[in-house]
Design a protein around this ligand. Structure first.
Ligand code: GDP
Length: 442
């Protein structure tokens, strides 16, 4: 995923010269050289690398790093701060104040514009409780409007289109339609070309003038590398963009070009696309990105994901039951269900600091085990899950193994894991009871 390459490379660089506990002129120089190489290898723009290294150097030598304290940590902190600055400091939110807010989506053909328009509309409807309207204006690429209609059906977002009619006219009618039908956001999916040409730019410019969009977002393909900077500058000089959306960062792009956008073009990255699915669009947070690059774990994203997907009431119920010493297989089953809702384990593990040490195979194993356990528990009766001691009965055990199509070894593993887990839960609640009584609500 995005940042992985740089993350690995950076860690290697920083650790290499950090065996000593304090930094001095010699190893500051060595470390900076390593970091410089790491950034260049990750395809970060040369100018950005120069500026970044110069800033780190100035602060490192200017007494930022104190003698005697763990140099490694201080260096990481310094690089972290400077990375955030280069990445644009803060998340740049959309300006949604106007009613309706017009968002103009522009970009080259194949950049992911249509897909991103749909993802963004979906995000706005889910997160901001907006009522978006998507408008199909790409009358040149065959099938473009049909694609938008199809995406809209899947995401339940209405699409306004008038076929081959002039995009200018369609856009105006769409905004009027939005005003009359309570749509508070209008997303214009404009035409793309394979290359930037005058005709396209003129059309987009006319559209901009007649629709006064609050946002003009350029969608760029993260796989095209340094070319991103040129494309962004060209679109920006003609259209005055409000931000950039970088797509396809789930691929093996090294990501360095993306890290250079904000510094090189002075435009904020507002969102990043990391997959083809409708959920695969996330607001861009410079701090979280810097965390990821330096392997600090993307805790905030993880937390948000958890909060979004976990059914709070069922969690509270389980917590309360645990506290009463009533943890059983039904609770475990519910918890596994919640975990499944949060997405792939491997994705989640990557965001947990330290968990990066687990290999892909170990994570896959764990993931497979969770599936197997769920299947076995599905073959139990509710009574058996609530009273796991019933599972000591051989008839029951054999019935469950047969019914689930799993092995005895897997069954035993589940029971052992549960017993171990229950013991830990009991110890934890004992400790909590000795301390302050937590309030679980409900
Ligand atoms: P457009 O010509 O700019 O409108 O591009 P499309 O929206 O049709 O996207 C082109 C292709 O890129 C489609 O197959 C999309 O599914 C794919 N795509 C878009 N965004 C992403 C992304 O973030 N990750 C991946 N893997 N594919 C993407």
């Amino acid at each position: 995923a995005f940042g992985d390459f740089l993350s690995k490379r950076m860690k290697k660089s920083i650790e290499k010269n950090m065996k000593q506990s304090t930094l001095h002129a010699d190893n500051i120089k060595d470390t900076l050289r390593e970091i410089r190489l790491a950034l260049l290898e990750a395809d970060v723009n040369v100018d950005v690398v120069k500026a970044l290294i110069a800033n780190i150097k100035e602060k490192a030598e200017g007494g930022y790093i104190e003698e005697g304290v763990k140099a490694h940590q201080q260096m990481v902190k310094l690089v972290h701060e400077e990375l955030i600055t280069v990445l644009g400091k803060e998340n740049a939110p959309l300006n949604l104040s106007k009613k309706p807010t017009v968002i103009m989506m522009v970009g080259l053909q194949g950049s992911g514009k249509t897909t991103t328009t749909n993802k963004l509309a979906y995000l706005l409807s889910k997160k901001n409780a907006k009522k978006p309207l998507m408008v199909g204006l790409d009358i040149y690429r065959p099938g473009a409007i049909d694609q938008l209609i199809e995406l809209g059906q899947k995401s339940n977002i209405p699409v306004f289109e008038k076929g081959k009619q002039s995009p200018l006219k369609t856009a105006k009618q769409a905004i009027e339609f939005a005003e009359n039908n309570g749509h508070d956001v209008v997303l214009l999916d404009t035409a793309g070309r394979l290359q930037i040409d005058k005709e396209l730019m003129n059309e987009l410019n006319e559209l901009r003038k007649s629709t006064s969009p609050s946002e003009i977002l350029l969608v760029v393909d993260g796989m095209i590398g340094q070319e991103i900077i040129n494309v962004t500058n060209e679109f920006n000089s003609l259209l005055k963009l409000s931000g950039v959306v970088v797509t396809k960062l789930d691929g093996d792009a090294r990501g360095g070009a993306t890290l250079s956008i904000s510094y090189m073009t002075k435009l904020p990255i507002k969102f990043i696309g990391e997959g083809e699915g409708i959920n695969a669009l996330a607001p861009f947070y410079p701090k979280r990105m810097a965390d990821r690059i330096l392997g600090m774990g993307d805790i905030e994203t993880l937390f948000e994901k958890a909060v979004e997907n976990i059914d709070e009431r069922s969690m509270q119920k389980t917590m309360k039951r645990m506290f009463m010493g009533q943890y059983d297989l039904e609770d475990l089953r519910n918890q596994l269900g919640q975990m499944a809702k949060m997405g792939s384990l491997s994705g989640l593990m990557k965001m947990i600091p330290g968990a990066g040490k687990l290999s892909e195979t170990q994570i896959e194993d764990a993931q497979r085990k969770l599936v197997v356990f769920s299947i076995i528990m599905d073959s139990m009766t509710l009574k058996e899950r609530r009273e796991p001691k019933l599972l000591k009965s051989l008839t029951r055990k054999n019935r469950i193994i047969r019914g689930s199509g799993r092995t005895e070894k897997e069954f035993n593993e589940l029971v052992n894991n549960f017993e171990k887990g229950k013991k830990q839960v009991m110890e934890m609640t004992k400790m909590m009871k000795q301390g302050r009584m937590p309030n679980f609500g409900g």
